[in-house]
Design a protein around this ligand. Structure first.
Ligand code: PMP
Length: 296
């Protein structure tokens, strides 16, 4: 996958510069300790032009992530949103994945940085887990304990846990992992939140041990719009065994249906599931289509 070429422009500390010609400091805390925060955002080509979906919510979460881990946030979110649109325009991108990242300046001490940098880049990216139904396994890795790290912050170093879990799942022949939390309750996937369907309702783990996903919040909004009950609840492996269907959701992943988790194959045909209805409505929402074509 090529993320940039010689012409690609990125936003770096207030300037638009060529990705191929920029340098980074090799003594920075982000490189050495995984101490940075970032976001994953998508833009869609809509009939209203290119639109960044829930841009404000994403930059708000970027700010909250920084604050939670004591990374100074001296940025104006409205300016960053303008810079995001500019990056899309300069690179002639209409459907794109956008990655803002705040990284820390040189400091080998284990203390908060004095200075930070911000970079925003974008590239075309297909749905992260593709479009086929997923074969998922319960990971041998747990999500980090909220008393060890700030799980609600999107911190670069946290993704070591995600990479370990995803790599293990693929090495075992699965498409993706589902991680439990430190109490052995269901948490989330390496890069998405998790929902299951049971008797006409959707269930998802409550906040506390997971990333507060913006797509997850959108699923609640869609549920409200369509009259589908969406309930936060502690979920265990037993709930998977008795569920009708399940899906992952995230900005990069969008809504991805799950075929099986370990040996449990879901009873409901995906096309008949609540997840499929959410998937269709989500697509219409991000594309700003006024009339939701919904089949329940
Ligand atoms: N959980 C994790 C661990 C993630 O990395 C992501 C992707 N940001 C999500 C959930 C989904 O969050 P969002 O819907 O805001 O992209």
């Amino acid at each position: 996958m090529q993320y940039y070429n010689n012409e690609t422009l990125i936003y770096l500390n207030g300037e638009y510069v060529k990705a191929a010609e920029t340098k980074t400091d090799l003594y920075g805390q982000s490189l050495h300790y995984g101490y940075g925060v970032f976001e994953g955002i998508r833009a869609y080509q809509t009939h209203n032009g290119t639109r960044v979906f829930k841009a404000k919510d994403h930059f708000k979460r970027l700010q909250r992530s920084a604050e939670l881990v004591n990374i100074p946030y001296n940025f104006n979110n409205d300016q960053l949103i303008n810079a995001t649109y500019k990056i899309l325009e300069l690179n002639n991108l209409k459907n794109a994945y956008i990655r803002p990242i705040i990284f820390s300046s040189p400091n080998m001490a284990l203390t908060r940085p004095v200075e930070t940098s911000i970079m925003i880049c974008a590239w075309e990216w297909e749905a992260y887990l593709g479009h086929k139904l997923l074969k998922v396994c319960i990971s041998s890795f747990q999500r980090p304990n909220p008393r060890s790290v700030k799980v609600e912050a999107k911190v670069t170093g946290h993704y070591i846990n995600s990479i370990l879990a995803s790599t293990e799942a693929r090495d075992r022949g699965f498409d993706e992992a589902l991680l439990l939390d430190m109490h052995e309750n269901i948490a989330e996937s390496p890069g998405a939140n998790f929902f299951l369907e049971k008797d006409g309702c959707l269930y998802t783990p409550q906040l506390g041990n997971i990333l507060p996903g913006i797509t997850r919040a959108t699923v609640f909004e869609i549920g409200q719009m369509l009259g589908i009950p969406v309930i936060e609840k502690t979920l265990t492996i037993k709930d998977i065994e008795s569920a009708d269907s399940a899906f992952f959701c995230g900005t990069a992943t969008e809504i991805a249906g799950i075929y099986s988790i370990d040996s449990t194959i879901f009873k409901t045909d995906w096309r008949e599931s609540l997840g499929a209805t959410i998937q269709l409505t989500y697509k219409n929402l991000v594309l700003e289509k006024a009339n939701y074509e919904v089949f329940i």
